[in-house]
Write a protein that binds this ligand. Structure first.
Ligand code: ATP
Ligand code: MG
Length: 256
């Protein structure tokens, strides 16, 4: 089982889009996938075809120690994967956990019960370096960082890398950077090309060779509660996430 935190404190860089579509693409490749929604916006929940307003229990109850993951888990609408849903209630967890014991390790502890039920666990993080995100970084084996190739992207990346270093020092010594994923990419944009080249020179093989293009089908699919491969399979967006899943599986095999 590999637990990946999909994280970037910058908003709107494609974290949730990556989680939902990678979950579907890995499932299509016969991998058993659990998607954990750790964002009070609940976009990964909705985008997976789950009605977030109709949920009795969510990740919030897991973090507060009231429910086990298995009691909260639901099946995604179309994709063949499981999801631990979230909704607005999660926004309260940040404050409610402040005086609780082991507040950074709540998710890790909850996941210990999963044993080897899944091949991949993908955690969709909120756009903040807060306690909920620290829970994800503490529970994860590695982080996947979706990023848009813009001028301030590299600056934001150094904040995230510093947080990862702190988490390594105090909470999760073996946390790794799994990979950097270029998202919302427009090859005609010169700046995007420059930033992309900088990323490759700084981070080398950590940068996935698969690039996710800006593609309208990816933006439409969540309104149908569908991963894009069930909305428009031949689209560039769907094909890009299928290629990313293949790249991950190839790496997985190469690393034994
Ligand atoms: P937040 O930080 O708010 O959680 P996020 O990092 O999870 O945001 P998404 O919600 O995945 O980002 O994407 C932000 C917006 O951009 C959404 O409307 C989404 O549909 C759209 N989007 C994401 N990736 C693409 C893409 N490759 N092409 C076109 N639209 C995209
Ligand atoms: Mg999101």
């Amino acid at each position: 089982m590999k637990i990946l935190a999909i994280t970037n404190q910058k908003g709107g860089v494609g974290k949730t889009t990556t989680c939902v579509n990678l979950a579907a693409s890995l499932s299509a490749a016969k991998r058993r996938v659990l998607l954990v929604d750790l964002d009070p916006q609940g976009n990964a929940t909705t985008g997976s075809g789950v009605d977030k307003s109709a949920l009795a229990y969510t990740i919030y109850h897991v973090l507060l120690g009231e429910k086990k993951l298995a009691e909260v888990k639901v099946r995604s609408g179309a994709g063949e994967f499981d999801i631990i849903p979230a909704n607005r209630e999660l926004a309260g967890a940040e404050v409610e956990l402040v005086n609780e014991l082991a507040r950074e390790t709540r998710l890790k502890t909850a996941m210990a019960g999963l044993a080897d039920e899944y091949d991949y666990v993908l955690i969709d993080c909120p756009p903040a370096l807060n306690l909920v995100t620290v829970n994800a970084l503490t529970a994860a084996h590695a982080v996947m960082i979706p990023m848009q190739c813009e001028y301030f992207a590299l600056e934001g990346l150094s904040d995230l890398v510093n947080t990862i270093k702190k988490v390594r020092a105090y909470l999760n010594p073996t946390l790794e950077i799994e990979g950097l994923l270029r998202t919302l990419f427009d090859p005609r944009n010169m700046l995007a090309q420059q930033v992309s080249a900088q990323l490759e020179s700084h981070f080398g093989k950590k940068v996935y060779s698969t690039v996710i293009p800006r593609n309208i089908r990816l933006a439409e699919a969540p309104s149908y509660g569908l991963p894009v491969m069930f909305h428009d399979r031949p689209s560039k967006g769907a094909q890009a996430y299928l290629a990313l899943a293949r790249e991950m599986i190839k790496r997985e095999k190469a690393n034994g």
